[in-house]
Design a binder for this molecule. Structure first.
Ligand SMILES: Cc1cc2nc3c(=O)[nH]c(=O)nc-3n(C[C@H](O)[C@H](O)[C@H](O)COP(=O)(O)OP(=O)(O)OC[C@H]3O[C@@H](n4cnc5c(N)ncnc54)[C@H](O)[C@@H]3O)c2cc1C
Length: 132
């Protein structure tokens, strides 16, 4: 069983469908995943149910859309960057990259690009004393 209506939940559903015969995805309000992911999930015959999960206990999900038994559950219901340790700190030696700074634009390629740019920046700071 997959919980969530975003890209991650739909991605989880597709991955799960490669190993499990019976995958159900439950989303609470609206489907926010990319249409291409939704199409793929539907093409695989994954069940999509609208409902809110109220409680999960002993392999059973109690939801507003009914009761579902499951072997495994994966929740893709939001990610909050773990940035408390650097929040509010003003120090030119601290660089924040990737998901922690990219808001809703969370992609590996953006994180990698941030990392490369930051490494180059640090090198210039050390070599030439750049301040920007
Ligand atoms: C299911 C799923 C599917 C995805 N699919 C795609 C895709 O198809 N294509 C794509 O481009 N992107 C995809 N993404 C997004 C992509 O994974 C992220 O954008 C990318 O991993 C961001 O890299 P990052 O280095 O910023 O953060 P992360 O990869 O999240 O790395 C952060 C690291 O910091 C560690 N950490 C956190 N707090 C601390 C701490 N206090 N001390 C030490 N370490 C700490 C974490 O354990 C983690 O290892 C997907 C994400 C998910 C969850």
């Amino acid at each position: 069983m997959i919980i969530g209506g975003g890209d991650i939940a739909f991605d989880y559903a597709l991955s799960a469908s490669e190993k499990c015969n019976d995958v159900t995805l439950i989303y609470r309000s609206t489907i926010k995943a990319l249409p291409v992911l939704v199409d793929e999930v539907m093409a695989k015959g994954i069940k999509i149910v609208q409902g809110e999960v109220e409680k999960i206990e002993n392999g059973v999900a109690y939801t507003s859309a009914g009761i579902f038994e499951f072997d495994e559950v994966l929740a893709g219901i939001g990610r909050i960057p773990n940035v408390e340790i650097v929040e509010g700190i003003s120090d030119a030696r601290i660089f924040v990259i990737g998901d922690a700074k990219n808001g809703i634009y969370r992609q590996s390629s953006l994180a990698i690009a941030d990392g490369i740019r930051t490494a180059m920046k640090i090198w210039r700071v050390m070599k030439y004393g750049d301040t920007e």
